[in-house]
Design a protein around this ligand. Sequence first.
Ligand SMILES: [Zn+2]
Length: 502
Amino acid sequence: MRETGLQRPIIGGVAMRNMESRTPLVIALVLAVVGAGVAGARQRPAPVAQSDARELVKTEFVIKDVRVFDGDRVIRRTNVLVRDGSIMRVGSAAPAGVESIPGDGRTLLPGFIDAHTHAFGDALTRALMFGVTTELDMFTDHRFAAFMRAEQLKPDGALRRADLFSAGTLVTAPKGHGTEYGMAIPTLAAAAEAPGFVDARIAEGSDYIKIIYDDGAALGLNFPTLDRDVLRAVIDAAKKRGKLAVVHIGSRQGAEDAIAAGASGLVHIFADVAADAGFVRRVGTARAFVTPTLSVIESTTGVPSGASLVKDLRLEPFINRQERTSLNGMFPKRASSKQDLGVALAATKLLHEAKVPILAGTDAPNPGTSHGSSLHREVELLVRAGLSPEAALAAATSVPARVFSLKDRGRVAPGLRADLVLVTGDPMRDITATRDIVAIWKRGVRVDRPKAPTETAAAAAATTTGLANPRRVSRSFSMGWRSDRLCVRRGSTIRSRASSSR
Ligand SMILES: [Zn+2]
């Protein structure tokens, strides 16, 4: 078998719907069960399937004498042969008569997986520019996700952008976090409605179920959230259907409640009250994972987490104006905020020491973050928290692949997709070496990496897939979680009370 891969979903009834767009872009809604491999990691392992997707991408090259971080460990010096989109061989002599890429003094890594993003517009194209080859989205327009999912399943699909797996519509209480972005979304009020609600998300294509359990208190805010019994009912419903139930929490207490309710994972760490041995033990016993999202947590403390990326000459030429603004952004720190980055870093360290799987996620494009570039900040912060560089890099590659059952990626190993990043230097000595990118390959095809690109025509087209105004929603995201913005629908316009007063 040449390659193990994601189960390719059977696209059964395909509904063609003309989305609001300037060009009549049709999008195929995947109506059948989207097994996509992102089913519950422990609940139901995704079946391994043959993939014939590589046949059309004819490439062959060898990266010679290169240091490899294979997703788990370092191979000091080896040769990596890539053919037709897949990694064919790691080690042994480099074959003659094949394009050879010098690897001396360089490190080859699996393409990065950002385990917490919100993808709109050209986000996936931009992510790829910085070596992020897969995004695990935690809330976007489900029609956008369906379009992207269908496209990347084509034999030559999605070579110029990161792959997307998505929660689609999140699960939140009426007027809860997630309702403020200008997209009308259904909300959940009662436990009895949870199974039907989850069924509806699965029918829309959600690869996993994202649940908001946060009343904003740690940020000095106050908004409604799910009751504990509703939280438990949603988690139960998701897991019964073979989906991961991932929970956005904003406080230590929220994390405790989510773990007690059976969450598969937490997609933020808290920063209000210190973790202790008891908490860490409970997470370990529950076999839950944690995506700390330290980049966005830092930004909630009033510090623009991405500011150092903008100044880094290895990244700066590739960061566009909109991204620069977002990276230099932050959440306003309120007097009543309890956010302390030190608490988040210490909790991450304790969890890691207890062998809780830690995943690198940025929460791009929230303030202080941006798609792609922020992943490099996130691994730096994971190292600051106390992870070894190898563990931080695993958090951005093999660990999310395992947790989300993405069996065809996340490691440099024979049979896997040739989603690869080649950098100068050694990230095991200096984690910021991940920024010194020599080349990126998506399924064995080298990615063009123009400096400070403006939006391409393709990206502009992507912004028209499903959302009435993706730019507005995206902009709204970059303003942060419910920053006192109480959104009110008036006709077709979304008004933001607080932002208009700022
Ligand atoms: Zn998020």
